[in-house]
Design a protein around this ligand. Structure first.
Ligand code: NAD
Ligand code: ZN
Length: 354
């Protein structure tokens, strides 16, 4: 439920069978133009199957290069040019078929094309259980990630977990990092469940996966519903992200988003233990949980600490030499802590390089 409109998320193995009837129930007809946007990794697997189930609709397709670099103003410009040339109007739809990159890019185009048209998400990564919900859409600027964007809620999300079976192992781990994040910020019993199911999730056991993605989505949706425009608790979703964005930038995206978030969650957890909010025992529990998902927990020695701090300082969460961060306070619970000193951040970054 959002201020603008409510929307459904349909999740399960094989649910793309229902795609056409779901679109019909949104009022989409054979006359509605739909621009399917995907990337060149996803297209060979899923473009034809999706076109087949949606064959009764007026589908156009636009394939971008896979990777974070697709979230650029140049890419937005090319898609908009295509849409104008092909007569897309305010009744048209965009359908994002892909991971978080495609969702963020497509949703951003939808948010500005003719002052906003509707869009549908068809996520194909685990991470997209997070990125497809909540309406944050946007692109990157050469000086930083996600600096250009909007709030624009999708009309519908169809999440066929069958589509996940072609995901590279790195993307599986990366996506699971955000599932872990959802447990850690909101639900201790889900956190313990994750601890027990790491192996089946890494092996893409569908039963476990559907449960994990359902729980992760539920937590995300609940938070977004309460605080759509991020004035309060939605900030909890940024757990691990302050450092993550800096790591992504410094690594030139060698670290995937989820891997960077894993490092960021370890960082926030250590910080919390040092300040005295959590015990060493909880710190260890979190560290082991993240390791169990085969995610990175340290910072490469080669990364320059001062450069990382510089990027953190450019972040909007910074005031003078202090930062505001989301820190764990017990298992499955976090809070926003103001006034964390930069010297402490520096110290922990150094420790994590060990
Ligand atoms: P991604 O979209 O780049 O996908 C990762 C890689 O997997 C790409 O190479 C892609 O081509 C490939 N891929 C996708 N689906 C596949 C499949 N089914 N089979 C084989 N290969 C497949 O990245 P992501 O990790 O899904 O998303 C990361 C992006 O999401 C970041 O840009 C991040 O900022 C954004 N994000 C946004 C939000 C939000 O609320 N809007 C939340 C979290 C992350
Ligand atoms: Zn994230």
């Amino acid at each position: 439920e959002t201020r603008d409109h409510d929307y459904d998320l349909l999740i399960g193995t094989g649910v793309s069978n229902q795609f056409a009837s779901e679109l019909q129930s949104l009022g989409i007809t054979a006359k509605t133009k739909i621009l399917l946007i995907t990337d060149h990794h996803v297209a060979p697997y899923y473009l034809e199957p999706v076109k087949k189930v949606l064959s009764e609709f007026q589908l156009f397709e636009y394939i971008v290069q896979a990777g974070e670099s697709a979230k650029s103003l140049e890419q937005v410009d090319s898609i908009i040019t295509y849409m104008i040339q092909h007569g897309f109007d305010r009744t048209s739809y965009i359908l994002a078929l892909g991971g978080g990159v495609i969702g963020d890019l497509s949703g951003f185009v939808a948010s500005i094309y003719m002052r906003g048209i509707r869009f549908i998400q068809c996520p194909t990564t685990i991470l997209a259980h997070d990125s497809s919900i909540g309406g944050k859409v946007g692109i990157n600027h050469p000086l930083g990630k996600n600096l250009i964007g909007a709030f624009h809620q999708p009309s519908f999300i169809l999440y066929d977990t069958q589509f996940l079976k072609t995901l590279p192992a790195k993307e599986i781990r990366s996506g699971l990092a955000e599932v872990v994040k959802h447990g850690l910020i909101a639900d201790s019993s889900f956190t313990h469940w994750l601890n027990q199911h790491a192996e089946s999730l890494l092996n893409l056991d569908f039963e476990a996966l559907n449960e994990a993605l359902y729980q992760g989505s539920r937590i995300k949706a609940t938070i977004v519903k309460e605080d759509e425009k991020e004035q309060g608790i939605r900030a909890y979703l940024n757990f691990g992200h302050t450092l993550a964005h800096a790591i992504e930038t410094v690594s030139h995206y060698d670290y995937s988003h989820g891997e960077a978030v894993a490092i960021g969650m370890v960082f926030a957890t250590r910080l919390s233990e040092r300040i005295g909010y959590i015990s060493r025992k909880i710190e260890d529990y979190y560290l082991k949980l993240i390791e169990r998902f085969q995610l990175p927990t340290s910072i490469p020695k080669a990364y320059n600490t001062e450069e990382i701090l510089q990027i953190l300082m450019r972040d909007k969460k910074f005031k003078q030499s202090q930062i505001r961060m989301v820190l764990p306070i017990e298992i499955g619970k976090v809070m926003i802590v103001e006034g964390i000193e930069i010297d402490l951040l520096r110290k922990i970054i150094e420790e994590m390089k060990a």
